[in-house]
Design a protein around this ligand. Structure first.
Ligand code: 2P0
Length: 324
């Protein structure tokens, strides 16, 4: 009863910000992302009734009690679905460096869900696997698939209709995603706490929810038409709106640093010089920049020269979960 799965991380173009159910990881709004090709987690799960308890190795080192508890809690869902109680040995190799400005929870829980379900021969559909991965970390449900992926928020209380599906595969439309690192320290408000604080206290949160369906529809059209400028405009405005909701929270949440503003201004400058290039920002100070592959080099070279930019990592759309 052993299986190994690999999952890539993803970047949201329409953001997930806020939960309607914290236990089941049910979002307040639907979201849309691109799975990336370069940063991933590979996880092996082995269930065995002779094991005494769950053991979790992260990059060949025994994980902390807190991390083991998170993994065990998640595996309990898989064990219940399979009708077994066997402990597991979990070994994860995480190739999503914090230093690259991406969170590893999406690839981490997508790989764990896939490997655990396969090890127990659950034979889940893509939709069922995404529902399972979602219960480890919301954004993980999108990493099940490659390319462009939409996570439908769903309306059921049990979360059975809150799942992701693929809109377009990773080979259908290539562009470049540059992760621009301006800070590598741990942020002081986790996204989990940040979203809770925003939902509970921000007067702008309702406005955020009111514009999501329009943004999703515009982005789906842009994807269907392979219209990069329309995609960029919706993506950028959606990210700025998300940060706007946080600024209205009590106490306010401001993830940006001065380097964040420098990159934003630089992107605006590049755009005014005729290069189609757009940005998005997650719950942190680093900036993700999208451009067409033919402009990748010039955009990279100009960003890396900015004094507050520490590193720039370039990715492209990537595949969904695979089994090794
Ligand atoms: C996203 N983020 O759509 C948004 C945009 C951050 C900003 O998903 O609490 O690690 O585990 O469900 O998925 C980060 O939050 O949060 C996130 P949990 P998750 O990518």
């Amino acid at each position: 009863m052993k299986a190994t799965a690999k999952a890539n991380t993803n970047i949201a173009l329409i953001k997930y910000w806020g939960k309607r159910d914290e236990k089941l990881f049910l979002p307040m709004n639907s979201s849309l992302s691109v799975t990336l090709d370069r940063f991933y987690t590979i996880t092996t799960v082995e269930f065995n009734e002779s094991f005494e308890k769950d053991i979790f190795f992260l990059d060949n080192v025994i994980a902390s009690d807190k991390e083991v508890e998170k993994v065990s809690k998640f595996l309990d869902k898989v064990r219940i679905a399979a009708g077994v109680t066997y402990p597991a040995l979990v070994s994860s190799e995480n190739k999503v460096p914090t230093a690259a400005g991406f969170a590893s929870s999406a690839s981490g829980f997508a790989a764990l869900a896939a490997a655990a379900a396969k090890a127990l021969q659950l034979d889940l559909s893509g939709r069922e696997l995404s529902v399972l991965a979602r219960q480890g970390s919301g954004s993980a449900c999108r990493s099940i698939y490659g390319g462009f992926v939409e996570w439908h928020k769903g309306i059921e209380a049990d979360g059975s209709d809150s799942f992701a599906n693929q809109l377009l595969d990773e080979n259908a439309w290539d562009f470049s995603i540059l992760s621009v690192l301006v800070a590598s320290e741990q942020k002081n408000v986790s996204s989990r706490d940040g979203m809770r604080q925003t939902v509970l206290t921000s007067p702008f949160y309702k406005g955020w929810l009111d514009t999501i369906e329009g943004d999703l529809s515009a982005l789906r059209d842009a994807i269907g038409d392979r219209d990069f400028d329309s995609l960029g405009k919706v993506m950028e405005s959606n990210a700025l709106k998300m940060h706007g909701t946080m600024l209205g929270a009590e106490p306010p949440i401001l993830y940006w640093q001065s380097g964040t503003m420098d990159v934003i201004h630089h992107i605006q400058l590049l755009r005014s010089s005729g290069i189609p290039v757009y940005f998005t920002i997650d719950a942190g100070p680093n900036v993700k920049v999208l451009c067409m592959p033919k402009h990748e080099q010039i955009v990279y070279e100009s960003l890396i020269k900015l004094p507050k930019v520490k590193k720039v990592f370039t990715c492209h759309p990537g595949e969904g979960v695979t089994y090794l």
